[in-house]
Design a protein around this ligand. Structure first.
Ligand code: DX5
Ligand code: ZN
Length: 225
């Protein structure tokens, strides 16, 4: 029996109504709040920030995971670690020459570390980091924007990552981010995804969050066995 975790992509939420959104996500059994942080350079968009995290963090008991889409994640680590955030996920493409220092920095503060991998980046490039991280995120769209189409070729990549994980007894969770919805749930779960980031085309596809969550949970339950 698999236990799939659901992570809510906060940038897709109705910000006019954020207190109620957080309450519903928690009470309806969402597992994680996913916070996209961008620099307008690594990806051509700007989204959320450590200031937003500190202002809403104590409105919910749910753990937060910051997805850093930044050319240089180092400059934001201290402000992020000053919040009570549980997980920090940087991009493999942005940590050349500083990966071990960054991981150490985060681990020393007792937080979890994730690494996200762009669709065109081969898994082999991350081999050195898999034994050290708590989560590996396969980007199933090009990062930076909500509402993009799931890239089918990523299924093979998830399967391959799952094989690497099993063969080496690595402990990391496998997460998928981008275009995850009822069209893609079955294939990503069957190929080994354990955490699903849910955004504009699933969890936040309509205002009725409670109904959306019930629908998603119902579908996912049938794939968990
Ligand atoms: C994309 C972000 C995602 C995004 C997912 O760059 O990392 O977290 O919000 O949302 P959808 O489901 O709209 O692709
Ligand atoms: Zn994300």
């Amino acid at each position: 029996m698999k236990n799939i975790l659901l992570s809510a992509s906060l940038m897709c939420a109705d910000f006019k109504n954020l207190g109620n959104v957080l309450y519903t996500l928690e009470s309806e059994g969402i597992d994680i709040i996913h916070v996209d942080i961008m620099d307008g350079h690594f990806v051509p968009n700007i989204a959320l920030s450590p200031i937003i995290i500190s202002s809403i963090k104590d409105a919910t008991y749910l753990p937060f995971d910051a997805h850093l889409m930044l050319d240089d994640p180092s400059f934001i680590l201290d402000p992020l670690l000053d919040t009570n955030i549980e997980t920090i996920t940087f991009h493999l493409e942005t940590i050349k020459g500083k990966a071990f220092r960054l991981i150490d920095w985060i681990k020393k503060k007792d937080r979890k570390v994730g690494v996200a991998i762009n669709p065109e980046t081969p898994l082999e490039e991350g081999e050195y980091i898999y034994p050290l991280v708590d989560k590996v995120t396969i980007m199933t769209v090009d990062p930076g924007f909500t509402g993009q189409k799931f890239i089918e070729e990523m299924i093979k990549k998830i399967e391959k990552l799952n094989r690497i994980k099993r063969e080496n007894s690595y402990k990391f969770f496998i997460e998928v981010d981008g275009g995850i919805n009822r069209e893609s749930f079955k294939k990503v779960i069957e190929s080994g995804a354990q955490i699903l980031v849910l955004g504009s085309t699933s969890l936040f596809s309509s205002k009725n969050l409670k109904e959306n969550i019930e629908g998603i949970k119902g579908i996912i339950k049938s794939y968990e066995n």
